[in-house]
Design a protein around this ligand. Structure first.
Ligand code: FAD
Length: 327
């Protein structure tokens, strides 16, 4: 039995979906290890504590709330000091982070402070003989490594969308904590946040993803995806590797085994064949709609709804229908 400390990622004063995934993963690990407690760390400016109940609902037994103006933006030095101090107190078997830009920066800082090992970018967990293991894609996804999460604590990060957030009714228990280092003295300061994705909403957080493939034929035709995403209003645009290799979209838009994992409520695959490496990054989407002119395209095997047709005819009609439904 081991307690788990999980860092809940916040952006612009709001919990990210990856935070709920991380707490769900922490709950799984605690249960696999014999039923330890999950403590979530929630850091932000004054008022962030109001989000604690969401973490409790996803399986945190208690939420450690760190409110300070110095945490209004990501503050790696003060966060690493605080988390390492908590973990160093010795009552934790695991520390869980999201394998996001922030988590990939913070988790090694904490591991280095503790002299602990780090298992990054895990996609699932198993237990054997009381030992918890994590799975990690290696060599561009050609092999899967199984890592024994040993050490106390074992530090790990969870790949976005690898774990489905699960609502898990828990009574809210919070504890206010203080920073182990002066947050305003940090040598690292976030001065500006720039949206990497051309959409207004991050691919990992978007409830709707419109993803385009080589069937769109050229970079400028991604306007068809952007128009549909705009019509939904809460959608982000993604792409296949064939597209990012062509340079039609940035690599940060790539979905799949060697790109990003997404798990939206609705995934619309536009001119995408459905290669196994692409499916690895989106198969957990709740509803999948595929548009492809080839009725035998593999994407139709996992699609909930399939439209056999030319994307250049179907997409404008679909966008008009979504706009009409929203009007
Ligand atoms: P294609 O396979 O060329 O499919 C295009 C589809 O568009 C076809 O099905 C065609 O019927 C349809 N089409 C064409 N014209 C139209 C039209 N006018 N209207 C409607 N439909 C049309 N891929 C990823 O996506 N993500 C990854 O992370 C990834 N990682 C990889 C890792 C490794 C180690 C390897 C070896 C490969 C990886 N790939 C990845 C590549 C993957 O194998 C495929 O090559 C890629 O996903 C294909 O992209 P696509 O579906 O856009 O293109």
């Amino acid at each position: 039995m081991a307690n788990v400390l999980v860092f809940a990622e916040v952006r612009s004063g709001d919990l990210r979906k990856v935070a709920l995934e991380a707490v769900t993963a922490a709950r799984q690990i605690a249960d696999l290890s014999g039923g330890g407690n999950v403590h979530a760390v929630l850091a932000g400016a004054a008022g962030i504590g109001a989000k604690a109940d969401v973490l409790a609902q996803h399986g945190a037994d208690s939420v450690l709330v760190l409110e300070h103006a110095g945490f209004a933006q990501y503050n790696p030095e003060a966060l690493a000091a605080t988390l390492a101090q908590r973990l160093g107190a010795g009552s934790y078997g695991f520390a869980v982070f999201s394998a996001t830009a922030q988590g990939r920066d913070l988790s090694p800082r904490v591991a280095a402070k503790l002299g602990a090992g780090l298992a990054p970018d895990l996609t699932g967990f198993t237990v054997e003989g009381g030992q918890v293991f994590g799975q990690h894609f290696n060599m561009n996804g050609k092999t899967i490594a199984t890592l024994a999460l040993t050490g106390s604590p074992a530090i790990l990060s969870v790949r976005p969308a690898a774990v489905q957030p699960v609502a898990n009714a828990k009574p809210l228990a919070t504890e206010a904590i203080t920073s182990a280092a002066d947050p305003s003295a940090s040598r690292v300061k976030v001065v500006e946040l720039k949206q990497g994705n051309t959409g207004k909403i991050d691919l990992n957080d978007a409830p709707v993803v419109v993803a385009g493939g080589r069937g769109l034929k050229a970079a400028e035709n991604f306007k068809l995806c952007e128009d549909l995403a705009d019509a939904f209003g809460n959608a982000a645009v993604g792409a296949t590797r064939a597209v990012t290799d062509e340079g039609w979209r940035p690599h940060s838009d790539q979905i799949g085994q060697t790109g990003r994992n997404v798990s939206p409520n609705l995934y619309i695959a536009v001119g995408i064949s459905g290669a196994i490496q692409h499916l690895a990054g989106m198969r957990t989407a709740k509803t999948i709609v595929a548009i492809n002119k080839d009725k035998d395209a593999p994407i139709f095997k996992i699609a909930d709804y399939g439209i056999v047709g030319d994307v250049f005819e179907v997409m404008p009609a679909l966008t008009a229908a979504v706009k009409a439904a929203k009007a």
